[in-house]
Design a protein around this ligand. Sequence first.
Ligand code: DGL
Length: 293
Amino acid sequence: MPLRYVLFFFRRTGMEGFSEKAGAIGIFDSGYGGLTVFDKIRRLMPQYDYIYLGDNARAPYGPRSFEVVYRFTRQAVVRLFEEGCQLVILACNTASAKALRSIQQRDLPEWDATRRVLGVIRPTVELMDQLSRTKHVGIVGTVGTVSSGSYQLELAKMFPHIQVTAEACPMWVPLVENNEFASPGADYFVKRHLEHLFAQDDKIDTLILGCTHYPLLLDKIRRYTPDGVTLLPQGECVARSLQDYLHRHPEMDAKLTKEGHCRFLTTEATDKFSEAATLFLSYPVSAEQVIID
Ligand code: DGL
């Protein structure tokens, strides 16, 4: 039997032989955006080891279907597990919206019920009641995130008294991925979507930046957001939520290595990744190329 069928069989049956040894924290995004989350997590918890995986060759995920985002995200999680990660953070709203639940409920019990995959939507939503005074909240995100209704559902479950207005911004990720986030073109698209959002509800006092790429557009977002509105990028709240999770789950913490090492994996060319990652992190990184299909 060819080796790939043997490996497939082991994967499907949950006997895939992921190592039991302690490992790094895995952080996944479709591209570079998750680096904004990685950066805050690492600043808060520099003692842990991290493996960042960006599926740059197949980004953006925003316009893709549920089925495709699930398949790609699942492949990335398997890859990070094979690298020894015991815990993976989906630092991508689109993947959190479209793949997290299936991976948690369907795949993990089959693969290894002791591993964990966590997303970015819940830790963001948890803060909304304390941040918003008017109880009118806005969300900007990819088409995939907004049309999945995940934020709207989580908010309705947790804080049914909060009114939510969401705006899909299909050009914002491509502007960031193509290093155009400081250009006049970015002004045009940021202004257009924020005007449209606030025209629908002028009581919004808190705006969730529901895409991990958006912190790079923060200056422009601030420029076109009415005064007094609180902007919520996700890096810090996801980092604090992870720290809290590890305090509450010492059994997981014990399975994480703590030597302060970081690796960066990309499905695209490594020089491209390293160059762009420097913009996100403000320090140079060297990346390794992986194939995850
Ligand atoms: N950073 C991803 C997110 O948070 C971008 C998704 C995409 O690739 O379109 O949604």
